[in-house]
Design a protein around this ligand. Sequence first.
Ligand code: PLP
Length: 357
Amino acid sequence: MPIPLFDTATPLAPLQAELREAIERVLARGRYILGPEVQAFEQEFADYVGAAHTIGVANGTDALTIALRAMGVGPGDEVVVPSFSFYASAEAIPPTGATPVFCDIDPETFCVTAATVASVLTPRTKAVIAVHLFGNVAPVVEIEALGVPVLEDAAQAAGSLGPNGRPGALGTAATFSFYPSKNLGAFGDAGAITTNDTTIADRARWLRFHGSRDKETFEQLGYNSRLDELQAAILRVQLPHLDAWSDGRRAAARSYASARLDEVVSLPLATVGSEPAWHLYVIRSERADQLKLALSAAGIESRGYYRTPIHRQPALRAALTLPGTDAAARTNLALPIGPLLSVARVAEIAEVVRAAL
Ligand SMILES: *Cc1c(COP(=O)(O)O)cnc(C)c1O
């Protein structure tokens, strides 16, 4: 049987009846935008991450733009962001009027560090986007100690644990994507902003509804970016299972480590004190392309992520030298992972990796 990179269907199979009930509940009520399901999900997700406020929005990219604006980012400001991330992490900055400033990562953790951020700070830096890449937890407290507010891009880190709490409650604000393949996935596009700061929460609520607090007076140019009732109801069914799914992901990562894959490739390194809910299990090898071919021949899906980092993309090109970024982009390869990936399947994958190298 082929092994996919991620299996989003199997963990949901036991929840089918509950998911249908949730969808029918919404249909019966006939309310589809910003209703009781969204309100309940916002409370439940805030409780889960340990933040005071959750604001449901249309997707993880809008979440970043709206959160930055709610944090006061605007024209003339700079926002630091890693180049080794999904493109949206940086794409979300220019719509605020601010300029993205790319920083490097530690290729062992795939995350930014206080040092990579510190080296690009200027008097115009208004915020840092710390991406919890692949589910690993970026060192938010160390970065905020540099004196600059952190927006966590936690799109890949629902279910992870950091040394000081969960992603979503570590920085000044945080954003999530509930794109279907993420650790907590909707059945369409969905996203959220979390924060402990009431002013930021209020501004984000207004911005997601056209910049209006009362739906009559429009004080700012905002967005139509709302989480809908169907997606919220679907997410509410899944949220109680996120911790068990995350434990399953961690167990699969441990299986990879105990299969002694570290003898042939570099394994992802969890940041100090963190327990990542690995969204992707990404190894590094100078022979990543050869390995991908061998895995593919054995029916095992794998994928090199962000081979062209953001600072080399046509739309956001910047002439920079980012050695950690280039190393990660060239050598990374994601192996299958998921809440239910068994020890036997990991052993099978590990066997193919060893044979290939
Ligand atoms: C998925 C993702 C986003 C964007 O989320 P969408 O819901 O697809 O808009 C942003 N940042 C990172 C790191 C992501 O993985």
